[in-house]
Design a protein around this ligand. Structure first.
Ligand code: UDP
Length: 241
């Protein structure tokens, strides 16, 4: 089994995309609720001061290296980390396999209408895919029991939750056992990208490991969040000694 690499106190699985997907398929076969998180530099930084998030990541069933920053950190700490396993890409891989494997998915999160649009897109891209329900990600605590019942009623194999970090991880941790869904994954902006509400960085920027810069430019409200990156670099470097 792939090694776990400790990055700022969070064990990140040194998996390739293929290995990550194979493990998720194993989780579906097992049938017990499992939590998968995709850790980018921002999430790992947040976990340094958000104890609840850190505990969730430490007990998650798999934490993939989402982003160039996480892969860099592992290498800087002297460990192998084969490649970036981003939430968006992993979600697409699972959707690609879903029709032939019979996996049923539920799309939970993003602004009203976005998950439905993402569902339509998935049905075009992956003919035969079964997306058994959608629900937007804006709700109050009183709405939560109804959301849980709706998901339970349709028995998905994979629940993709796009509520942003750390809301999606905390929500999934709280409800995964009662939901009984074998694979719960926090997927951030995945539905926004699928629905065309948000653009993914062009491939050359992804290859140049500049996706973080693109996201910062496209969403000015994120510019402040970009500061997490140099802080992350310093913290990882300091943790080496
Ligand atoms: N979102 C949501 N409910 C909330 C807050 C955010 O469904 O209460 C959605 C938001 O619409 C977006 C997704 O969460 O589709 C990811 O948000 P963001 O890009 O801010 O989060 P990240 O995962 O990058 O931290």
């Amino acid at each position: 089994m792939a090694q776990k690499v400790d990055i700022l106190g969070v064990p990140v699985d040194a998996v390739t995309m293929t290995e990550a997907v194979t493990r998720i398929e194993g989780f579906i076969k097992e049938g017990q609720p499992k939590l998968v998180a995709t850790a980018n530099a921002e999430m790992l930084m947040r976990a340094t001061h958000d104890k609840e998030l850190k505990n969730i990541l430490c007990s998650a069933d798999m934490v993939t290296p989402d982003g160039a920053g996480t892969v860099w950190a592992a290498h800087h700490l002297g460990h192998e980390m084969p490649e970036r396993v981003a939430g968006y890409d992993m979600a697409q891989e699972l959707m690609r396999l879903a029709p032939s494997r019979g996996y049923r998915l539920y799309f939970f999160g993003s602004a009203p209408g976005v998950a439905e649009k993402a569902k339509e897109k998935a049905e075009k891209l992956y003919p035969g895919i079964e997306i058994v329900g959608t629900r937007n990600g804006f709700f109050t605590e009183e709405d939560e029991p109804a959301i849980v019942s709706k998901i339970q009623a349709v028995h998905p194999d994979i629940l993709l939750a796009a509520l942003g970090v750390p809301k999606q991880e905390k929500w999934l941790q709280k409800y995964k056992d009662v939901l009984g869904v074998p694979v719960c994954i926090g997927v951030g902006g995945t539905f926004d990208v699928m629905a065309g509400v948000m653009k993914r960085a062009p491939r050359w920027m992804q290859r140049a490991k500049l996706e973080w810069l693109f996201r910062g430019m496209m969403q000015p409200k994120r510019v402040g969040r970009l500061l997490a990156l140099p802080k992350f670099v310093f913290k990882v470097h300091a943790s080496r000694h």
